[in-house]
Design a binder for this molecule. Sequence first.
Ligand code: AMP
Ligand code: GLY
Length: 422
Amino acid sequence: MDVLVVGSGGREHALALALGADPAVQTVHVAPGNPGAAHVAETHPLDISDNDAIADLADKLGVDLVIVGPEAPLVNGAADAVRARGIACFGPSRAAAWIEGSKAFAKEIMAAAGVPTAMARVCENADEVAAALDAFGPPYVVKDDGLASGKGVVVTTDRDAALAHAASADRVVVEEYLDGPEVSLFGVTDGKTVVPLMPAQDFKRVGDGDAGPNTGGMGAYAPLPWAPPDLVDDVVARVLQPTVDELRRRGTPFAGLLYAGLALTSRGVRVVEFNCRFGDPETQVLLPLLRSPLGRLLHAAATGTLADLEQLRWQPGAAVTVVVATHGYPEAPRTGDVIEGAEEVDALEGVHVIHAGTSVDQAGNLVAAGGRVLAVTAHGPDLAIARDRVYDAVARIHLEGAHHRMDIAAAAVLGEVNLPRS
Ligand code: AMP
Ligand code: GLY
């Protein structure tokens, strides 16, 4: 089959790389892609905010499957436009993608489906916000209702900062603070059957020890040596399947990737958020571990045939991903600095350099073009070795002013990730 991946980030580069390794996939196209994707796929210019342009390109290329990567085109109805042309699409309809498009809608679905999540109030003015903050108490959690690339959330013990964040948006969700480690679990679904991937942990804050503001994600690792053995079954049974069932019951089935961001709290698993697409950088850490062919899996989800698919197989060992961010990210990302060493590092055994915010300048240099520039992933026989390898690889890449977290997977390697006791 021929596949078109829509998007230009690290997730799309990682998907293209994994699709290229599936013997059933002949040609991988990425649009618009980035310099990394261009190494592993055919890239095409595309305005991803234009649904007709996406469907036209899929038609023109004659692909058998379209994978819509980012949330913005999904929430904008890109998958509906592709399906209307009779082309199989991995990615939810506009209506189903609303589970990420609106935090208030996500809460409504969870309430209807009985899915455990933080208590929350939707607030439309300062008085409602103040009352909600005082009802839940500190630490305060205030979220923009709409899409904000992971940056619309403030978690703080400073009541004034919480009020100020709320004042910057028309509608916010104020919710109870969830204690306990976070887990990302991805469910591939055709709208009925759910096939879970391996749980991963993402690092959302910019600095070591979870200091500083939230970002799109600074690193990840999998598997999670500290996770309870029944975690995946529990999350499928209590979170992913009921949510998929509820969306189908409403006549808006979700076919694509349902991403559950979870907190393992002292009172059990709680959903922090849903996303309607592969997460970044979890995708970069999970796909090198997946042994089953990716094209076949996503095609089955897009065509309603997941129930017939054999069980997923995984590589032994572990993987760690570290994101290299440009100077000033996330507040004021600087662009144009030259990146050196990325290709040499990508050539190392068991290491992948996935491009996110890169471009090629007029002189032909690879340069930083966005906040999160590269994600470096290393695979190893265990988490400690994968972690050593990834930091060795990152050290060989030079980007002036760049920064990355030094503590990705560190607590897990030391056995210091603790589940709060109930
Ligand atoms: P979200 O965009 O909803 O995923 O939030 C981004 C990040 O903010 C999450 O990954 C958590 O680290 C943090 N966060 C969100 N909601 C809560 C909550 N209720 N309690 C504690 N931390 C939260
Ligand atoms: N890793 C966080 C996200 O993709 O939203």
